[in-house]
Design a protein around this ligand. Structure first.
Ligand SMILES: Cc1cc2nc3c(=O)[nH]c(=O)nc-3n(C[C@H](O)[C@H](O)[C@H](O)COP(=O)(O)OP(=O)(O)OC[C@H]3O[C@@H](n4cnc5c(N)ncnc54)[C@H](O)[C@@H]3O)c2cc1C
Length: 418
């Protein structure tokens, strides 16, 4: 029976079977009892064949979340297949919060963490940066545990499913907080490129949305923590302040998006762009995304803008966000404060296939790294050149899984597994 496709339909899985585990021992049996390769599948929100397996897929999304807070370490330990949105509701009800969210709350914790999924904010690391510990089923089907500070831990967090199946994740938490979300229209490119750090730092989490060919940036979303320097002003950087609480984005209806217009709300209802109870994004789409150092950000954006008139007809929208530097070996923000340059394309595979290498060439002088969960055409050589700890990560994966049970074509193509 076919296992189906990724959420956006961009890859049809070729794995022979999918095991929907209901407990950790079932995951152990699924790994120990597999004849050949085996890999973890999350909520299928990646756009490529990263999660696929030539043998068996195992999902832990059906294992009960059973969150446990440890107040002394300010962490929560939760079933790895839990959706961020569900964990967020549980935490909020108990007065706790995460530092950030991706644009949609529907993704699983393990799947998001495994690919270095991020939100925005100059001081906010990617979601993986909040991981304090991981329980995983290793190649022998045994339960293993690794925690922050252990040797090699920084190579396991953004792990791409390459060494085991993560079953429980421990995440840093903090007391709950409230956020307001303000939309500005008409921010000039001159202002954005003239002081990119200043613009992207004008809030807890700032996103810019553009079609690249418009004279001014279409929308700037400033998400500000209540009580921490929120300062909504009409005329900020010459942009117009939009007061409506419901504001659309390209063809995403306002009702699918979190509340704006400066209305204060809990972190989990303002930091994601999409509401948990609605369909996220467009669905009929392809995503690509690249990471450059924020200090190269303005020049990188100028380079992409040169292609703007060719990009725009095939684009739904692009989003520019920031990620604080981290030390996770395969994180897109490893070692550098980062500007994330994201493209949500119309579902036109031929146009995306033609434009993607050109964008990659334009961004190459800035050492651009790809988002692991999205479409890219970068070669293994190029990826190795921009991922300083790739060889260390690969060596650790090979030593934990010498028989290559968790390897797949995608990881071999990228040079992440042998
Ligand atoms: C509409 C939309 C919006 C998005 N927004 C953002 C965003 O704001 N920021 C961003 O950075 N990305 C974003 N993404 C990308 C998305 O966050 C990543 O692709 C993420 O990996 C999806 O998680 P998943 O659970 O669907 O993982 P899957 O796509 O199912 O799997 C991804 C990888 O994780 C591994 N994995 C999954 N579960 C486990 C496990 N239990 N143990 C070990 N490995 C595991 C898989 O083997 C695979 O390698 C978005 C995607 C979509 C479709």
């Amino acid at each position: 029976m076919s296992i189906g496709a990724t959420w956006a339909g961009t890859h049809t899985f070729g794995a022979a079977e999918l095991i929907d585990a209901r407990s950790i021992p079932e995951v152990q049996d699924a790994v120990a009892g597999a004849d050949g390769p085996v890999r973890a599948l999350g909520t299928r929100h990646s756009f490529n064949d990263l999660a696929d397996s030539a043998g068996r897929l195992v999902t832990v999304t059906g294992i009960p979340a059973e969150p446990e807070v440890d107040e002394s370490t300010r962490t929560v330990t939760v079933g790895a297949g839990t959706r961020y949105g569900e964990l967020a509701v549980w935490l909020e009800a108990r007065g706790w919060a995460l530092h950030n969210m991706g644009s949609l709350p529907h993704i699983s914790v393990a799947g998001a963490v495994a690919t270095g999924t991020h939100g925005s904010g100059l001081a906010n690391g990617c979601l993986s940066d909040a991981v304090a510990g991981l329980s995983y089923v290793n190649a022998a089907g045994e339960l293993a545990y690794a925690r922050r500070g252990d040797e090699g831990f920084a190579g396991l967090v953004v792990g791409l499913g390459a060494y085991g199946i993560v079953v429980r994740v421990t995440l840093d938490i903090q007391p709950t907080y409230r956020v307001r979300q303000d939309v500005y229209r008409g921010l000039s490119w001159e202002a954005a490129l003239g002081d990119l750090r200043g613009i992207m730092g004008a809030g807890y989490s700032v996103s810019l949305f553009t079609m690249w060919d418009e004279p001014t940036i279409q929308q700037a979303w400033r998400k500000t923590r209540i009580g921490v320097g929120e300062d909504p002003q009409d005329g900020w950087q010459g942009a117009r302040f939009e007061t409506a609480a419901e504001s659309g984005l390209v063809d995403v209806p306002p009702a699918n998006l979190t509340v704006k217009g400066g209305v204060p709300g809990p972190w989990l209802e303002r930091l994601p762009h999409f509401r948990l109870d609605q369909t996220p994004s467009n669905g009929d789409e392809i995503q690509t995304e690249y990471f450059v150092a924020i200090d190269d950000g303005a020049d990188a954006l100028r380079a992409v803008r040169e292609l703007g008139p060719e990009i725009a007809p095939h684009l739904l929208v692009s989003e520019l966000r920031t990620i604080a530097a981290d030390e996770l070996w395969l994180s897109g923000a490893y070692g550098r404060d980062t500007l994330a340059i994201h493209f949500t394309w119309r579902n036109s595979p031929a146009a995306v296939a033609a434009l993607t290498p050109r964008i990659e060439r334009a961004l190459a002088p800035f050492g651009a790294r790809p988002h692991w969960g999205k479409v890219n055409t970068m070669t293994a050589e190029r990826i190795a050149a921009v991922t300083p700890r790739l060889a260390d990560a690969r060596a650790q994966f090979e030593s934990l899984d010498p028989a290559g049970r968790f390897a797949n074509d995608h990881l071999r193509r990228l040079g992440i597994r042998l």
